[in-house]
Design a protein around this ligand. Structure first.
Ligand code: ATP
Length: 272
């Protein structure tokens, strides 16, 4: 049995009369890739927003099992604590790098919390303190380490905005890793990638979960990615969990086929 990282229990998120997430329970283990899939509007992004403190769920709980701090209720934390204290870090559907900064600078900016703390928020701290110099060196070392491991080091000095879409997505993941996440939440990391870049993404996700023990929670429409890398898949439709299991179980589930193909097409497929 894998160690459990995140437990979502009976989560509901309503926007006025619309129930975007309805009574959803799901568990995410360490060192594994768990995917959340479903048609457009199924509630996937809302789910991420509830985990990471952007939305306060209407009902239910999200519990992160932290090796140092113990169980933490993410639904009661502000979003900056979710990343810093609970170790749950996300990327977004649209790329959010600083395009005019170099790749390395983007990774240093991600570590501004540690640097600010070391500077004690003062100019004197920035210029005089040994602690700040050490923190700056540590931030550089961490950025260089992830750039090397993610095969980006040769691009360290290039402006992020000048790189291909696939490379920018990879930089976003490297930047998230600089915050030392226990759980990495990736919102459509394969969007806009070509087949070669998607294959590289698959390799990267498997490397991070298998070699670094990261829990990965993936929202993705690209089934070439989802079916190849997921250990477990949870399928949403209109905010409700309609199936979960291994890629094989989910692919053959009649409810999933109906949700994706529509009622009539799915009946045709069954009859054929
Ligand atoms: N802030 C909000 N206010 C009102 N309704 C919202 C809000 N955010 C999401 N919704 C609604 O909740 C439902 C789920 O949306 P969500 O973006 O979570 O779906 P999704 O599965 O991520 O879709 P996609 O695959 O298209 O990104 C939709 O009907 C959407 O319009």
């Amino acid at each position: 049995m894998s160690e459990m990282l995140l437990e979502v229990d009976r989560l509901t998120m309503r926007f006025g009369g619309l129930t975007a997430i309805d009574d959803l329970s799901v568990a995410v283990p360490k060192g594994k890739i768990t995917s959340i899939i479903g048609p457009n509007g199924a509630g996937k992004t809302t789910f991420f927003n509830c985990l990471t403190g952007f939305y306060k769920p209407t009902e239910g709980s999200v519990r992160m099992h932290h090796p140092v701090h113990g169980p933490l209720l993410l639904n009661e934390m502000p979003s900056y604590h979710v990343a810093r204290k609970a170790g749950v870090v996300r990327t977004f559907q649209n790329i959010r790098l600083f395009p005019n900064m170099s790749v390395l600078e983007n990774l240093i900016v991600a570590q501004h919390n540690a640097l600010q703390t070391a500077s004690r928020f003062s100019l004197a701290g920035l210029f005089g303190r040994a602690g700040f110099k050490q923190a700056r060196e540590a931030a550089l070392e961490k950025a260089e380490m992830w750039l090397t491991r993610l095969k980006l080091i040769e691009l360290a000095d290039t402006a992020a905005g000048n790189l291909s879409y696939g490379t920018q997505r990879r930089i976003e993941i490297a930047r998230a890793l600089c915050v030392d996440p226990l759980l990495l939440c990736l919102d459509e990391p394969a969007a806009g990638l070509n087949p070669r870049e998607s294959a590289e993404l698959n390799e990267l996700l498997l490397y991070l979960s298998r070699e670094h023990g990261k829990g990965v929670l993936l929202i993705e429409h690209d089934m070439n990615v989802v079916m190849r890398v997921s250990d477990h898949i949870c399928v949403l439709n209109f905010g409700t969990k309609i199936a979960e299991g291994t890629p094989e179980q989910v692919q053959n589930d009649p409810n999933v086929i109906k949700a994706y193909l529509g009622e009539e097409d799915a009946d045709d497929k069954e009859a054929a």
